[in-house]
Structures are given as structure tokens and as C-alpha cells.
Design a protein around this ligand. Sequence first.
Ligand code: SER
Length: 879
Amino acid sequence: MSTSKPGLEKSVTSGAGIRQAFLKFYEAKGHQILPSASLVPEDPTVLLTIAGMLPFKPIFLGQRKAPVDRATTSQKCIRTNDIENVGRTARHHTFFEMLGNFSFGDYFKEKAVAWAWELSTQVFKLDPKNLVVSVFREDDDAYAIWRDQIGVPEQRIIRMDEKDNFWTSGPTGPCGPCSEIYYDFHPELGDDNIDLEDDTRFIEFYNLVFMQYNKDADGNLTPLQAQNIDTGLGLERMAQILQKKPNNYETDLIFPIIQTAADIAGIDYFAVDESKKVSLKVIGDHVRSVAHMISDGITASNVGRGYILRRLIRRVVRHGRLLGIEGAFVNQVAESAIALCETAYPELRERESMIKAELDREETQFLKTLERGEKLLAEILERKPKQISGEEAFKLYDTFGFPLELTQEIAEENDLTVDVAGFETAMEAQRERAKSAHETIDLLAQGSLSQLGIDSTDFLGYTDVTSQSTVKAILANGETVETAEAGTDVQLVLDQTPFYAESGGQIGDRGYLAGDTLVVRIEDVQKDNNLFIHIGRVERGTLSIGDSVSAQIDRACRRRSQANHSATHLLQAALKKLVDDGISQAGSLVSFDRLRFDFNSPRALTPAEVQQVEAQVNTWIAEAHSAQVEVMPIADAKAKGATAMFGEKYGNEVRVVDFPGVSMELCGGTHVGNTAEIGVFKIIAESGIAAGVRRIEAVAGPVVLEYLNVRDQIVKDLGERFKAKPEELVERIINLQTELKTSQKTVDGLKSELALLKSDQLLDQAQTMGDFQVLVANMGEVDADSLKTVAERLLQKLGEGAVVLGSIPAEGKVSLVAAFSKAAMDKGLKAGQFIGGIAKITGGGGGGRPNFAQAGGRDASKLPGALDAAKEQLWSALG
Ligand code: SER
């Protein structure tokens, strides 16, 4: 076996060469090369693809049949748990590529170990003297394979505990003992007392996981149906080793990006101090992450993976500023990242414009925020505090969009800390303020809810529209009361209710409570934890605590909110299906007369897309899909692929609303039993409501007819007014608009002609002041443009001199213009300055060049006085 590297092709040491050599090696061993999966995983329990095995999780768990027995991939991955270490250590990254070989119930430990060794020593030609392996403490089989079959000396096989050598994909899921291969940079230090944690000497580059258990939430291990292999070889790490670089960043996989950033900043990576190097490395790392994330459909937002993206982009911008880069630069470094990765990941170039547009938007927005926030921070730092207070950190967060982590980083750069507990307190106070701004908190504010002895209302409204209920609490005029007479506005709590309380975007039900002589109209229902607060008015009789009442919801209203709510689910499914699978909900409103769905998307939908989405929803409605509603553990719901709202907190048990094959969402709302009940769905508008957030407004069910009737009436009215059939209306209006424009042009032309005619008459009013001809005049209603033409023409006719004209083009508006000849200017007159002073008298201002300037004012009554002043000033300058 060769122990030196001269035989190693240069191409195999390059990042691309290593990737290619790995995949080809395992292809030759019967593995199918599969493409990298998206960074947005199918697995809803994780936000991003964190390992090469993630796309295969359902196969390991036996939930999905493996398409092949052996596979090999180069998987793009992102981990952000160690983000603070990025750029500070030799090998921490957010984005990295994991090369892996996988066996789905086919080969196991022996082959995995033998091939990993063959690859390392014969393809990558690493000297066995530089290799050390680790095994799980109790894995005697793996130990024996390394020692007896591969021939690794016992001192170089290290037993490690579960912390290091038992790999799990998350708190639960497939797992197993693992065995790792380390590269030893200093074998001359000998085999005694090998400490694999010493990262100045060792780097782990290949992890072989013997995937054979499933771990449940209590930590119990159950054997999987098959024994599998999951391996991961860090591409960047192998590049560091083979390219003999001191860290991953200086390899050809990242360094060109760093070089681009250094060029923009006008610095030399190898000459700058450590902190600048860190900034360059952070940029080099994060830019790869953000380009790939956006390419996979993620857009910046304040929740879930959108937040991770935003945070990474902001860190890039911030570190750019630390390097002294002024203004926008992220797209230049992103271009470098795209160029670097496009051969392996062509989608980056295909989606280049989307990537750059998103980065540009985020960067511009953040730069503005940064400038304001940095001012505040500078003020804080100037006071030389011991610590940045929680309040200050919260203000930076709340008002200037500085994530806490960013403030912490800046604090650290200034040898300060941040009062995180104080920040949390301020955050909590803010939440409380937001809560108490809500009307339902009336009861709570009285401190009376806790005294009621009831902490929940039984909700019967998924199945029932009426119930016999007992009145538990009444609040009138801000106080808890025993009884309330007719005419009183009340808030009340029942032991059980069919009324839906506003939540998940769906508004509360309306309806009545009725007793023998009692009627209470309910206008709204709100929820405080599990207590339903009915808000309404006693219409007849007396309402008393302890009353037994018949609670009845308004069924027509409920039918409408149900139709709108189910339609919202279909809308989300159609958007995912037809526009972008990565679309995620950013908010929604479901009321009786309309629905609103907000979602993250970097661009507007095209009119064609809007039509397609609407048609798709109507198709599903016509196909009459029955709803299946089930309560299940959250893990099961996620395993089934139910759509959840990122950033939303769910309990252990969740309600899943499923229109099989069409849409499955976690949802507590009320829904139609069958999509056919929705009847029809119509999109009314698509618009942008915030950066990267779009809104669709629509109607469903009976409301559609009302909406169309209103539109129909408008068309009829217009038809009558314009004497046209509906289909002729658009053309008729376009023609009218064209006619109007032509007439306007004619009027404008006539106006200037008139002004010019008038101007000739004005010539007589010119006064001689010394060697100059001076004309100051009020032109009446002439517009500003004509005033300008007239002034120029008059000055031409007068020869050496000055023209100052004023007019009142519209009510409350004054126009002024001054034109001076060369000789007049030589006397020290400057048109800009001059007219600015005159305009002030009329309550305005303006300016321009020394020979010609325009200005405006607001007070027309001051125009004569202003023109007199102009005359006087000209007299003293020229006379
Ligand atoms: N899943 C293991 C890891 O991520 C091996 O691929 O390290």
C-alpha cells in the first residue's frame, strides 16, 4: 500500500475531485448515486436538512420501501447549533456537504469498515500512520473488525462513550453505535495517551453509523426491522486534509468567496488580524448557506427556517461592515458562491435572479435598520457601561430588528455582556402588554377569573350547534355581577358551549343564549386559555349566575366560516402544488364573509398563477372530498406529513384536518364535512403586505354570490352610464381616456400659446434701470411650465436685464420665476438665491441656477407684495 501521496491526482485533491472520487468509488461497489435532497426536509420535525441520512429516515424506520439496497450521495446540509464557532475554529460551518454511503438492510459493519478504509487509504491515499479510529465503548464487533481484518494497531482504536459514538438523528428516531476515522496531523507524538478531542492534532472526517435502533421519546431503544449503514464524510474536512490547509476555509470549496469579500473590502486575507479573518470566514461560510437556502425556496421571515435565513444574511451584512465595507455587497459574494457551486448544484445558477433579489431586499432593509440601531448602540457604548441592559437589548430588538444574538456579538466585540435575563423580562412584559390590549382580558384584569373556580369551558361545537349550559360568570360594566338586566352589555362564561372562540385565524361564532324569558345575543366569543368568553347583550329578561340556558349558534354564520376555513386549507395546498412547495403560512383570517391567507413568497403571483390556483381549488371542491378529523400525538401527525405553521406552539396532542390526497393540516378550526359543501371559491386580490409576504383575499361559499351580485350591479351601472354592453366597457373606457389625454394636451398647448401672446403685451411694462431692461409682472393663472417659457422669451427680447414673473396656477398655489442676463449676473444677482427669497414672502421656497430659477409658494394674497419686493431689490442691484 502506498504511503506517500505523489500518485494522487491533483484533481482528486480538489473539492470537486473528492466529491467525484467518493461517489464513483461507491458506485463501483454497487451503490446508486442519488442527487442531493432539498435543504427543506420532508421530515417536519427538523427545519433544515442536517445530515446526509435525513432524506432516508422513513426508509430506516421501515415507513417507506427503499428504492435500492445501496445508495451514495453528496448531500447539502446546514447546521446552525454551533453558529458562534463559525470562523473561529478550523472546521465549524453552517453549510457543508456530507458525502455518504448507505445500506438499507444490505451490508453491515464489515463491509462499511473495509470500504471506508480502502477509500481513505487507496483513493485518497492517506497514510495509515495518520489514521486513528474510534468505536462505541461496547461495540466489540467493530473493535475486532478494525484490529483483525484491517490491521489497525490496538493503541490506535479508541473506545468512546455514547456521547461521542452513538449517533441519533434527533431526540427520537433511527440511531446506532458509530465508528469514526480521524486524521492525525502529528503521528510523531506517538500512540500513548491519544486524546481524540485534541483538535490541534486530530480531525474526524468519516463517521460510520451502524443504524439499528429506533429511539422513542423516553429514550427506549427498539431494534429496527433491518440493520443499516449510514455514513458521513465531511467534504470540506477531506479537502482540508488533502489540500494541506490549516482550516476548511482556505480550501478551494470556500476560499474564492473569502477572496471576493477581501477584494471588496480592499484587504489581504493573509495580512489582516484574526478578527478580520473571522469576519471573512463568516462571510465565506454563510453566503454558501443563504444562496442554497433561497435556491431551495426559503425566504427571509421572522419564523422557522425563514428566521434562520434572515439571521445568516444579517450576520453577513454585519461582518461586511466590520471589514469596513460600505453599502451593499452581498450579491457580489453570492455571485462568487454561485459560480463556485454551480457545477455540482446547477439549480443555483438557474435560480440566480431569485437568490439575488431576495438577498438584495434583505440587505437593503437591514442596512437601513443597522444604521439606526448602530447609532443607538454607539450611544450606549459611549457611556462605557459594564453591561448592555436588558431594556436596551430589547429596544434594539423590538425597534431596530437587532436579533439578541447580534447584540450579544457586538457586546462581545466590546468586551461587554448583555443582561439576557433582563431582555427576557422586557420581552415578557411586551407580551403581557400585547395581551392586555385585547378586549377579552377584561375578566382577567379584574383578577376575577382566578376566583371563579373554573378554568375551562367544554367545547362541544365540533359536533353540536346547540347545548344546554350553565352560566358560571357574568361581567357587566367592568365588574363581576350576579345578574344582568335587559339592555346590559355582558361578557359571560358557560360550563360548556357550542360557540367557537376566535383562534387560528377563524373568528368566534355568533348566536343566542335562551331561557324561558331570557334572550342574550352573542356577538363574539374569545378565548383565554381554555375559558371561552361570550361577548354580547341581554336582549330580554334577566341573566343570572347559575341559569340554565340553551346556547345556540347562528348556523348560517357557522356554515360561512366553515366554508371559508376549509377553502383556506385548499388554497394553501393549491399554492404549494402549483406555485412553490416551499410556501409557508404567515397568517390567516377566516370570517363569515371572506378569507385572507398570508404566506411567505419572494415574488408576486402572476395573473395566470392566480387563475390556476383558483381553478385548482374549485376542482377539489367539485371532486367532493370528505374531511377526516382526528386527534393524535404530534409526532404521528408530523410523520403523516401534516402541514404545521412554523413558529406555532402545539401541544402533545393535535387535531389533524385531512381532506385525503388534497390537504392535511394541524388545525383546531371548524370545517365542512365535504369539500362540495364549499360550493365555489373566488380569489378577489393578491398583494404584498410586507417584504417577502404576500396576501390572498378570497371568498367561498354563499358569499361568492353576494360578491358577484355587487360586481354585476357595478357593471350594469357603468353600462348604462357609458351606453355600452358589459363586453364593450373596457374598450369604451380606454377610448375615452385616450380622448381625454388628447384634449388635455390641446388645452396645455393653448394655455402656453395664450401666455406667450400675453407676454408680448407685457414688453411695454418693462422698466429701464441703469443699463438694464427689467420686467416684473403678475401673469394671472398661467401654469409653471408656461411661466418658464414666457420668462425665457421675454429676457431674450429685452436683451441685458432681468425678468421676474409670478402666477397663481391653482388655488393656494403661487409660481415664481426669475431669469437674469449675463451682465445682470455680473452685478451680483443670482436667480436661485433671488427667487428663493421672494418665494419666502409667499410662504414657500425654491431655487436653481444663477441665470434661471423657479420657486413656489402657498399664499396667493402675498404675490403682489412679493413682486414689489422683487422690483425694489432689482432696483438696488441694477439701478
Ligand atoms: N448521520 C451521521 C452524521 O451525520 C453519519 O452520516 O454524522
